[in-house]
Design a protein around this ligand. Structure first.
Ligand code: F6R
Length: 612
């Protein structure tokens, strides 16, 4: 996600903000900005400088016209609401430019708050969700900035890490967080607010960690922590001894592992603000009426690699929940066929980067044939988003590891929401079923956390299995795509041979490969074909191949049959498919790491394949 830095101290703020933003660049971003309180001749104003591109451009602008002042905030933006432009870049301000705010996260109820504030006369300049924050604080401000911030934050739903100041209280810097990280760095006579320890590590190793729903009021006397409603909280101060590289990876040895640990957040961000408790789905960026959606009786999902596997899971749930014909297609093949697409076809491109060449050509061809097109992508204003009739964003934040992990999870959740949306529009889902599916999605982040808690056990199994050179991954029904993705993840980062098969297809050829040196990873978690999958496992065991089975908690039926098991929390089949996917990402990571591979940048691969 975005990067945040705030400074209050005795030194000039601008050079510190510039250096810190440079250190936050590794996270990926599209625009940047700073705001500094300048005082002189008895007046005070905020100097705001922004760049619609790189931090270097921002620094060049700042060097030309360096703001002087000892309090300031800075931001690197990864667009979520609105394109990467100067106007949408942070910091954002209230109507009179007195309150400045930088934000990381998603404000779920911004549309409602914005409408209310507009009716009270507030004027907005950007397309962002963030801009409601300074305006809401302005609305509540009656001479006490901190109190106004508290009142505003109690109205805001969603996820935020915020740093903000007001010209009316120039020795106060405020930070607050909910579902997004924020720390306060404590130096000698100076204080920092940052989304990420990386930003402040050269200045201090003494860090106050804010808890969920907590805020910090930072003055020259130091930080004071409190809850949003003003109850004091005990400061949790830690000493970090990471270097900059370790800090960028959040203390994880690789970006891939860090990003796997971000999958609970990615899942939550994908449904945040889009689903009611009774399973009604509303995509703000793709607002389309039920009547309009009912015109589409055929859904094509185009993607490549991991995104193709995501599309296969999308195909499964759209057919199962909405009863609509759905087909996942390899975009590189689709482009050379004469696809039977009509104006009753909804074509959905699944692409985290939004720049995959084959997927884009497929998208253009579908459009030419009269299909309604929709991009599901992580990158705002990417080619896929621009060239489609509509776009739904993953809101996962940048993914740096070449292997897709958290964006895959977000793609799955987003397609589950799309399936629910289609099922509702076509009148194919009961209220009870909708509630059940919505509950499953809401419980997903916590269940993924439980898979991650089992990481040591998965690492132990990876160590054991890393001596093999060939792997077969098998699944049925919804888990067929999970198995294919498990094999892809393992082969791309470990360079071991791994292939995937459906349980049924196995005995039509691939089973010939199996022997005691050719293990099978069998996805036997909850699914409508769970019993069939158990029969497949018996067939494999009869060929003396070692079996590592993924099973749902409480299912002991394979205990005496398979060689090893990875147990995932019990859940419905769609949720289980996500949990198994995360478990297999961890398995692949640990095997590759065991073999000393370059996990974040595997050989021959690129993060975004922009050529055919
Ligand atoms: C595998 C991986 C690739 C991508 C594929 C499509 O881990 O990352 O297989 O999934 O290149 O990329 P996007 O989603 O950007 O279209």
């Amino acid at each position: 996600m975005c990067g945040i830095i705030g400074y209050l101290g005795e030194r000039q703020a601008t050079p510190i903000l510039m250096e810190s933003l440079k250190r936050l660049e590794y996270r990926g971003y599209d625009s940047a900005g700073v705001a500094v309180i300048e005082t002189g001749d008895g007046t005070r104003h905020t100097s705001v400088t922004k760049s619609e591109a790189k931090v270097d451009l921002l620094i060049a602008k700042l060097k030309e016209n360096m703001p002087t002042g000892t309090v300031g905030i800075g931001h690197t933006r990864w667009a979520t609401h609105g394109k990467p432009t100067i106007i949408n870049a942070h910091p954002h301000a209230d109507c009179h430019g007195r309150i400045s705010v930088v934000h990381n996260g998603i404000i779920e109820n911004f549309a409602e708050i914005k409408a209310e504030l507009e009716s009270l006369g507030h004027e907005f300049t950007s397309e962002t969700d963030t801009e409601v924050v300074p305006h809401l604080i302005e609305q509540y401000y009656k001479g006490d900035f901190l109190l106004a911030v508290r009142k505003a934050l109690q109205r805001i739903k969603g996820a935020y890490a915020l740093a903000m100041f007001s010209l009316d209280d120039p020795e106060l810097l405020v930070g607050a967080r909910l579902n997004a990280p924020l720390v306060v760095g404590i130096g000698e006579g100076e204080y920092f607010i940052a989304s990420d320890i990386t930003a402040i590590i050269p200045y201090t190793k003494k860090v106050l960690i804010l808890g969920e729903g907590e805020m910090a009021a930072v003055t020259p006397l130091g930080p004071e922590g409190s809850t949003l409603d003003g109850q004091p909280v005990d400061a949790k101060i830690v000493h970090v001894d990471w270097d900059v590289a370790q800090a960028q990876k959040g203390g994880f040895p690789h970006f891939m592992l860090k990003e796997i640990h971000e999958t609970p957040e990615a899942a939550a961000n994908a449904f945040r603000g889009r689903m009611t408790d009774d399973g009604l789905v509303n995509f703000i960026e793709f607002a389309i009426s039920d009547d309009h959606l009912r015109r589409y009786h055929d859904v094509r999902l185009l993607g490549m690699g991991t995104s193709l596997h995501a599309a296969m899971l999308g195909e499964y749930v759209i057919e199962d929940w909405a009863g609509i014909r759905a087909r996942a297609e390899d975009a590189s093949e689709f482009r050379y066929r004469r696809p039977t697409i009509t104006d009753e076809t909804l074509t959905v491109v699944i692409t985290q980067s939004g720049e995959t060449a084959d997927t884009l050509v497929g998208l253009h061809q579908a459009r030419e044939r009269g299909s309604l097109t929709l991009a599901i992508t992580n990158v705002v204003a990417s080619s896929a988003a621009r060239d489609s009739d509509g776009a739904i964003y993953l809101h996962s934040g940048p993914e740096i590891g070449v292997a897709s992990t958290k964006t895959l999870v977000a793609h799955l959740v987003t397609q589950y929401l799309l399936a629910l949306r289609l099922a509702t529009a076509h009148g194919r889902v009961s209220l009870e079923r909708r509630e059940e599916l919505a509950r499953g999605l809401r419980e997903l982040p916590d269940k993924i956390r439980r898979v991650l808690d089992n990481s040591t056990d998965i690492a132990r199994l990876a160590h054991k299995y890393s001596r093999f050179r060939n792997f077969m991954f098998v699944g049925r029904g919804i888990n067929h795509a999970v198995a294919l993705e498990g094999a892809l993840k393992l082969k791309e980062i470990s360079y071991l041979h791994a292939e995937g098969s459906s349980g049924g297809e196995l005995k039509h050829g691939p089973i010939a490969l199996l022997d005691p040196d050719f293990p099978v990873v069998a996805v036997c978690t909850e699914s409508s074909t769970r019993e069939k999958m158990a029969s497949t496992v018996h067939e494999i065991v009869a060929r003396d191949a070692p079996v590592l089975a993924l099973v749902s908690e409480g299912d002991g039926s394979l205990d005496d049959i398979v060689t090893d098991q990875i147990v995932i929390p019990a859940a419905d089949e769609a949720t289980s498919a996500v949990l198994s996917t995360v478990a297999l990402q961890l398995f692949a990571y640990h095997v590759a790491n065991e073999l000393g591979r370059d996990v974040d940048q595997p050989r021959n691969l690129a993060k975004s394949v922009t050529v055919e």
